[in-house]
Design a protein around this ligand. Structure first.
Ligand SMILES: NC(=O)c1ccc[n+]([C@@H]2O[C@H](COP(=O)([O-])OP(=O)(O)OC[C@H]3O[C@@H](n4cnc5c(N)ncnc54)[C@H](OP(=O)(O)O)[C@@H]3O)[C@@H](O)[C@H]2O)c1
Length: 324
């Protein structure tokens, strides 16, 4: 089968199409013929050697396709069934294996649609961030960095769906602001002035929650705009600047909290939490309540171009690879 393989860490050019043996499902697993694979920033981090991927590896953590084979002990899934799955890597390939527990039947209206390859990573993050980690209450104000990306797109819509206040967001270029506003953001600012703008918009009080994938100086400045009882949640360090860890004395004095989330590591710690979030994501997307915001579809052979555009920060929304 064809797959995109990373044999050495580096730029997008290390994503090369190869012929590799097809994987077989083990106990509790299924194999899928992949139709669509989502492109996520975690794939970029793995490619540059800053993630969990150990060379040689096939990137890709979310796919949609057809069940090919069912491994021992699997019930409720059968060959030919249309499904979406969260995988531990290996998604940029014509065939992938996935845990049966992380494989969910596709609603009819999503079969054959590129959006079916983007059902889980950003949605699971959004559902956990808003409800379990930041525990956002109606009336609270939320600032999210990277508002026009794949994560911002679904979190803006989820906030709207849950009846929360419209979010504040940041973008590197205000040309992206309109896209973010369509997806539930009230105000969108550039990074250079977000802190003064957010303080002005909240009458000097600050926000109740900051959702931050950027890290570094942006995170350091974000702590300064937290209102009393505010929470800052880190879910990435996309800037790759040194991690900012607030001093406990400072947090006590300001009456604020600091929390984290990793969808990649949670399955090891609490696997039982994952499947309900995948089922909920499928239901919300299938019902048309949430649109994952697919803006570009690349053939598998052009995975490097997808990564290049992703890293240039010019695009908005979600990127998908069309595999077979
Ligand atoms: N913890 C988890 O479970 C989890 C799950 C999914 C995603 N994430 C993280 O969430 C972030 C967004 O993920 P995604 O896949 O949906 O990507 P994305 O949001 O589609 O794209 C990344 C966004 O980050 C912004 N950004 C800020 N600083 C950047 C930098 N130095 N380089 C590149 N982009 C930068 C870009 O927008 P601007 O150019 O407008 O700033 C872009 O919109 C990533 O950091 C990812 O690792 C974490």
């Amino acid at each position: 089968m064809r797959a995109v393989v990373v044999t050495e860490y580096g730029g997008p050019e290390v994503l090369t199409l190869r012929d590799v043996p097809e994987p077989e499902p083990g106990p509790g697993e299924v194999s899928l013929t992949v139709a669509f694979a989502g492109v996520n920033f975690t794939d970029v981090r793995n490619r540059v050697g800053d993630g969990l991927g150990v060379v040689p590896f096939i990137p890709g953590v979310e796919v949609a396709g057809t069940v090919r084979q069912v491994g021992p002990g699997v019930e409720g899934l059968r060959p030919g069934q249309q499904v979406a799955a969260l995988t531990r890597g290996h998604g940029y390939a014509e065939v992938v294996t996935a845990a049966a527990g992380l494989t969910v039947p596709l609603p009819e209206n999503l079969i054959g649609k590129p959006a079916s390859g983007s059902m889980f990573v950003t949605m699971q993050l959004g559902l956990f961030l808003l409800r379990q980690v930041a525990r956002v209450l109606p009336g609270e104000t939320v600032l999210l960095h990277g508002a026009a990306g794949g994560v911002g797109t679904v979190i803006g819509q989820l906030a709207r769906h849950f009846g929360l206040r419209p979010l504040y967001g940041t973008v590197s270029d205000l040309a992206k602001a309109q896209f973010a506003r369509q997806n539930g953001f009230a105000q969108v600012y550039e990074y250079g002035r977000f802190d003064t703008a957010v303080l002005a918009a909240t009458g000097g009080r600050g926000v109740d929650v900051v959702l931050d994938p950027v890290g570094g100086q942006i995170r350091a400045r974000s702590f300064e705009v937290l209102a009393p009882f505010g929470r800052l949640v880190t879910y990435s360090n996309i800037s790759r600047e040194p991690e900012v860890v607030p001093d406990a004395n400072w947090m006590r004095a300001r009456c604020v909290g600091y929390a984290g989330f990793s969808g990649g590591q949670l399955p090891q710690r609490a696997p039982e939490l994952i499947r309900p979030s995948l089922l909920e994501a499928t239901e919300l997307i299938g019902a048309g309540v949430i649109d994952t915001g697919v803006t570009s579809v690349f053939p598998l052979a052009r995975a490097a171009d997808a990564h290049r555009q992703f890293e240039q920060r010019t695009a908005v929304g979600k990127f998908i690879l069309a595999v077979s």
